[in-house]
Design a binder for this molecule. Structure first.
Ligand code: SF4
Length: 342
């Protein structure tokens, strides 16, 4: 069945017109769906009963069915149930600045990062744009208004480019959740050809975060095999193009610190060489534990030493506190689970 999250104002007006309804009904529906976050069209009493019925016959509205919910200190992770009995995870994280939703863009992921739970089992399918938006809606219904959305859950957004971009446009749409573009970040493992395209097509302000994780091609190939067809030089050239096309907007680079693998002095030196002459922000993240993985997080001391070395070498670097680790909901920890496994 279609969902109401597939319709923007223009499509909603067309749908209403086909049923002899005036265009102003679209505003009433959008306000009910996105401002009041209704779970049923009957919760929009301003609409005539017959129209509510027609809407209910045509569209699903409200949160996804939830297969499991894990509550952490600052976060909640949901496993939401899709119409074809697949499931994806999404997370809401509370910070001092607001509430961030982390949403998935694919069921599973084909990039196969060595430090990521979502990689297990490969990609099962792409998510539609409305399925991406509905994760944010579900979290907003459960936890309250969202201030930020990040596309950093399960899946690689730029390998599902059209749907991910449609979801970006829907999320920043003032008629819908109205997330300020600057508060929306698309994370990517580095799908090089799509980066300049996103630079041209994403609304001004939308941020790009690139998962770098290695400063040499050999190591990156080992850690992120699904994007190894592009070299680091090609990736950084695409990021430079992002910055050029977007009037100087820097790229945020993420670097997951793995003990003895990419946290050595030589890695810091190579990383500094790569980034020091380009506009950048570098977030270091200690790897989150992934069950069954042979890789381990760098120690706190090693992470701080690595960051200090990079700062000395002129990089704009922070160690990112990993929110949601207590519910296995931090970066690289989203894992496809079957309903029965929860
Ligand atoms: Fe995919 Fe991201 Fe996990 Fe890599 S880190 S396997 S790109 S979900």
């Amino acid at each position: 069945m279609a969902t109401i999250y597939q319709l923007d104002r223009a499509r909603l007006v067309a749908w209403l017109q086909d049923r002899g309804q005036p265009p102003y009904r679209a505003s009433q529906i959008l306000e009910g769906v996105y401002r009041h976050l209704v779970k049923s069209f009957d919760e929009i009493p301003v609409l005539p009963k017959a129209l509510r019925q027609q809407l209910a016959e045509g569209f699903e509205v409200g949160p996804f069915p939830i297969d499991s919910e894990s509550e952490g200190r600052n976060s909640v992770k949901l496993l939401v149930h899709l119409e074809d009995d697949e499931a994806v995870e999404c997370v809401a994280m509370e910070t001092r600045w607001g509430r961030t939703a982390c949403v998935s863009t694919q069921v599973g992921c084909s990039v196969g990062c060595a430090f990521c739970a979502s990689a297990e089992g490969g990609r099962r399918r792409h998510l539609r744009a409305d399925e991406i938006v509905r994760q944010a809606v579900t979290l907003a219904i459960l936890r309250g208004k969202l201030t930020n959305v990040v596309f950093m859950g399960m899946g690689e957004p730029l390998m599902n480019y059209d749907e991910a971009l449609t979801a970006v446009l829907a999320l920043v749409d003032g008629d819908r959740l109205a997330i300020p573009p600057r508060h929306l970040t698309v994370g990517t493992s580095g799908v090089v050809p799509m980066i300049p395209r996103l630079a041209q097509e994403a609304p001004k302000g939308v941020e790009l975060a690139v998962s770098l994780n290695a400063a040499d091609d050999e190591l990156r190939k080992r850690l992120m095999p699904g994007v190894s067809r592009w070299t680091i030089a090609e990736l950084l050239a695409a990021c430079d193009e992002w910055t050029r096309l977007r009037g100087g907007q820097p790229v945020t680079y993420a670097y997951v610190l793995i003990e003895g693998v990419n946290d050595r002095r030589i890695d810091a030196n190579m990383l500094a060489k790569l980034l020091s002459r380009r506009r950048h922000l570098l977030n270091l993240i200690r790897m989150n534990p992934v069950e069954g993985s042979e890789l381990h997080a760098s120690s706190r001391d090693a992470a701080e030493g690595f960051a200090a070395k990079l700062k000395d070498l002129g990089l704009n670097v922070t160690i990112r506190r990993s929110l949601g680790g207590d519910v296995q909901a931090a970066c690289g920890q989203l894992r496809l689970q079957s309903k029965s496994a929860c």
